[in-house]
Design a binder for this molecule. Structure first.
Ligand code: NDP
Length: 498
């Protein structure tokens, strides 16, 4: 009996990975599956290419990265169409995703020299006869493992910053979106044809595992927390440093002085864009008692207007067929534990689609509140005040992003959220702000992409001291005398003994 192919699941055929549209099952791309030897070869080749790339310096790399950015901008419709076909995402969402990625390439290219380049830092009195010099040098080869939900934005968040810092990159895209990954690599090769500075290896999870063990000098992982643990364990074998961008269960807090229409609009967008398959998507909302009912009404009205379908709709199919079962389980768990579906519900799950679902009165212990759902669903809970909202929002081990709507206390509440990023009076906007770092805490990972921290993540600091005069208080030499040590003791008491 031959197994029936579920649209969206990749097919393995004659050593090739065939990705398919989750909406229609049509073939989207066909890529060779890498063996362990292929992965090692890719990393060796990248290492040689990386030396050339590092040698270009910040100015040479900047010019080339800006050419790549321009190519992406020129071909944005073509890439958006591929993202749409391969992952099912509406074309408009794909455009927004690519725009954000282009912005990051531009910023990383323009700012790498300023952030990472050699500079003098101040000497201290204790070693005043030396100058202090700092620079950030590339690691060499960075391995990037990416997910399928934002197949352009998430890898670029590591790739652009790693390249700008002077590294070569080997990318392992998700098995659900290999064609998009290869498109990025091919477009880069058009503007940097000299050496394979940015390449891809394709396949299932074992190819990602092989990349962890391949001798890369750093591994940047974006994906689920469960896989992140395996990636870290594999990288520990060779003490390869890792950056982990893991999953999330982001909360939104609606305070009593919030603009409820704006809050509802942002909540529906933040929770349901890309069919809710967003690491920083809003999955839980805590609205304070006085505005709870009015807020829920507004969310239901807006979410109820969203269209669902393959073409031209607001919400596309669930990209990874297996995720539909998780979404169904969470909705059923919410309803069976006393929650109410005020929009959608178990019947909203119609594979490969899930219609917008809004759940209220769901117990905090429910999987719908505690686990990443990754569907167009929201739980909205009534809380006494902002303090209770913060306590509940912070109760999970995840801590990626989040949002606060309100006026007077909103920024203070944002500070108290245990997460790497928070948008005030908007949702998800920190992701597009290339000047700000992006990353989580706890089960959502560690390390940062984007912004200055994101550039430093892909470079190691190199400290150089240089003698500029004879030492008046020689101490780090066997030539020192007891009198020198006595003078040193006296000096340190004068300087720090008060
Ligand atoms: P997975 O963890 O399933 O996969 C992520 C990547 O890891 C894929 O390329 C996958 O390959 C690869 N992989 C699988 N097994 C291994 C292994 N043993 N060793 C090395 N690599 C492996 O995540 P998804 O692709 O399902 O993505 C969704 C998840 O990503 C969600 O949890 C989401 O929150 C998170 N995410 C986090 C973001 C952030 O910035 N914090 C951004 C976007 C998503 P294959 O696909 O072939 O299995």
């Amino acid at each position: 009996m031959t197994a029936v192919h579920v649209p969206g699941n990749p097919i393995i055929e004659a050593g090739r990975l065939v990705s398919t549209s989750p909406a229609t099952g049509a073939e989207a791309g066909r890529l060779p599956i890498a063996t362990d030897a292929d992965v090692r070869q890719a990393v060796d080749t990248a290492r040689a290419a990386g030396e050339w790339w590092a040698g270009l310096g910040f100015t040479g790399r900047r010019a080339r990265l800006l050419r790549w950015r321009a190519l992406l901008a020129k071909r944005i419709e073509q890439l958006a169409e591929l993202v749409h076909v391969e992952g099912g995402k509406p074309v408009a969402d794909a455009i927004v995703e690519i725009v954000t990625a282009i912005e990051h390439i531009d910023w990383a290219a323009r700012n790498a020299g300023r952030v990472l380049g050699p500079r003098r830092v101040r000497s201290r009195l204790i070693l005043a006869e030396f100058s202090a010099n700092l620079e950030y040098q590339p690691y060499g080869v960075v391995g990037v493992i990416g997910p399928w939900n934002y197949p352009v934005f998430t890898p670029i968040g590591s790739v652009a910053y790693a390249l700008a810092a002077g590294n070569a990159v080997v990318l392992k895209p998700s098995e659900y979106t290999p064609a998009v990954g290869q498109w990025l690599v091919d477009s880069f090769a058009e503007v940097v044809p000299e050496h394979p500075v940015f390449t891809a290896v394709h396949g299932l999870g074992d190819v990602g595992a092989a990349l962890c063990r391949s001798g890369v000098n750093k591994l940047a992982f974006t994906g689920s927390t469960a896989t992140a643990r395996k990636v870290m364990a594999a990288c520990a074998e060779t003490l390869t440093p890792v950056l982990i961008e893991g999953g999330g269960k982001d909360a939104m807090i609606v305070d009593s002085d919030a603009d409820l229409d704006a809050a509802a609009e942002a909540c529906v967008w933040g929770g349901m864009t890309n069919a809710g398959q967003t690491c920083i998507g809003i999955e839980r909302v805590y609205a304070v008692e006085p505005v709870f009912d009015a807020f829920v009404d507004r969310v239901v009205a807006r979410a109820g207007r969203l269209t669902v379908g393959a073409e031209g709709a607001d919400i596309g199919p669930i990209t990874m067929p297996g995720q539909v079962d998780v979404i169904r389980r969470h909705i059923e768990a919410a309803v069976s534990s006393g929650g109410r579906a005020v929009l959608g519900g178990p019947g909203a799950v119609q594979p490969p689609y899930v219609h917008p679902t809004v759940l209220v009165d769901v117990p905090e212990e429910s999987a719908a509140v505690r686990e990443e759902t990754f569907g167009p669903t929201l739980t909205i809970s009534r809380v006494r005040d902002a303090d209770e909202a913060v306590a509940r929002a912070n109760a999970l081990s995840y801590g990626l992003g989040g949002s606060v709507f309100g006026r007077r206390r909103a920024v203070a509440i944002a500070r108290r959220l245990r997460s790497g990023m928070t948008s005030v009076n908007s949702t998800l906007t920190f992701a597009g702000m290339s000047t700000l770092p992006f990353g989580g805490v706890g089960d959502s990972g560690f390390g940062r992409i984007h912004g200055e921290d994101g550039l430093r993540e892909f470079a190691r600091s190199k400290a150089i001291t240089r003698r500029r005069a004879r030492s008046l208080l020689p101490s780090m030499t066997f030539e020192r005398t007891p009198a020198d040590v006595a003078r040193l003791v006296k000096a340190i008491k004068v300087m720090y003994g008060r």
